[in-house]
Write a protein that binds this ligand. Structure first.
Ligand code: DON
Length: 349
């Protein structure tokens, strides 16, 4: 075990003889995560995002993997306390808030649920309906964000931060340099917002909607936070550490469906085919992946492939999915769950 590896809190605090089998299984699982970390750390593919100047300051060696289960176990390896900004991962959670604010039917009149097969920042709307394609690409996310309720920009921002706080379980902040950097360089996003205003898909004032969108992208988190947020989605919207209901459970289905089909941009089809679980990436190099009712994986590593997904993040998720037969349509699923394997004496990873 290195100084960066962290065992689940309740495992650390338990007496040596209180749960030796569970402890051994946990330590074997951390060893497995450490093995993945060591395998992929030397990988030098991909490039750190630089189209937003603040993001270019990230170190391409930052790398962490965290797994959080629905019963509150958290396993961490690597730089799990290194902070970075949520970026597009925020889109999943703001989608949930918009669903709570307006309901499924109304939201569908403003944002579709179709994958685009295009880059995340493509300037396209559905020809017929004039809606942006889905809430996971920039156009759809800006439209979704513009629907967050509140009497003014401050209340809308506070409602959004409270929502993130419920998922993460502690106070969170917007990184001001990233927000300002996004705001001064976000011409493409402004262009999309104007196009959607033209078609009546978003309402003025555009600057307020765009600021809120740039703020959600600039929320500071670490990899452990990401794992807890994603595990909350796996756990019917209940934060597994605090027990707080972060989102109405009736919308988890909508959120995960859209993540599954659209969360990895123009890699979404291949991801669904090979990894087979709902996921979302962001240009800071974060990826969350959710195994409903069981656990969630979060990976952070800034170098991105040409589609904007973390290179190491994709590799790690592919490996874990294959190792544990996590694909939702894998015939071996259901025989034995990840949680059962994790607590089984003698389990080898
Ligand atoms: O709109 C943008 O350009 C960013 N703030 C968010 C983009 C993002 O993370 C897309 N992801 N892969």
């Amino acid at each position: 075990m290195t100084s960066q590896d962290v065992y689940p809190t309740d495992m650390q605090s338990s007496q040596p003889d209180s749960a030796p089998a569970a402890e051994a299984a946990a330590s074997a699982f951390v060893a497995y995560l450490r093995h993945l970390h060591q395998t992929y750390l030397p990988l030098r593919e991909g490039r750190v995002a630089n189209y937003i100047p603040e993001l270019a300051k990230m170190n391409s060696d930052w790398f962490s993997i965290c797994v959080a289960t629905v019963d509150g176990q958290v396993y961490e390896v690597g730089d799990s306390s290194q902070t970075f900004t949520l970026q597009s991962i925020s889109k999943v959670f703001v989608h949930g808030l918009a669903l709570e604010d307006h309901g499924r039917d109304y939201l569908l009149t403003r944002v579709g649920v179709e994958p685009t097969g295009e880059a995340f920042n493509a300037i396209i709307l559905d020809e017929r309906s004039k809606r942006p394609y889905n809430p996971m690409v920039n156009a759809g996310a800006i439209a979704t964000t513009s629907l967050i309720k509140g009497s003014g920009p401050t209340e809308r921002l506070n409602r959004m931060l409270s929502m993130f706080r419920r998922y993460i379980g502690h106070d969170i902040f917007v990184d001001m340099p990233t927000f300002l950097s996004e705001r001064v360089t976000g011409h493409r996003n402004r262009g999309m917002a104007h196009l959607m205003l033209n078609f009546g898909m978003i309402d003025p004032p555009l600057d307020e909607a765009l600021d809120l969108y740039f703020q959600q992208c600039s929320v500071l988190v670490n990899c452990r936070d990401l794992a807890i947020m994603a595990a909350t989605l796996a756990n019917h919207g209940i934060n597994p550490l605090t027990g707080e209901q972060a989102v109405n459970p009736c919308y988890i289905r909508d959120m995960l469906s859209v993540m599954y089909t659209c969360g990895m941009y123009n890699f979404a089809g291949e991801w669904a085919y090979t990894v087979g679980i709902p996921a979302k990436s962001g240009v800071c190099g974060g990826i969350i992946a959710v195994v409903p009712h069981q656990f969630a994986i979060a990976v952070f590593s800034p170098p991105l492939d040409e589609r904007g997904n973390s290179v190491r993040g994709v590799k790690v998720c592919e490996e874990i999915s294959q190792h544990y037969d996590l694909h939702l349509f894998d015939s071996s699923m259901g025989c034995q769950t990840f949680l059962q394997r994790l607590t089984q004496p003698g389990e080898r990873f």
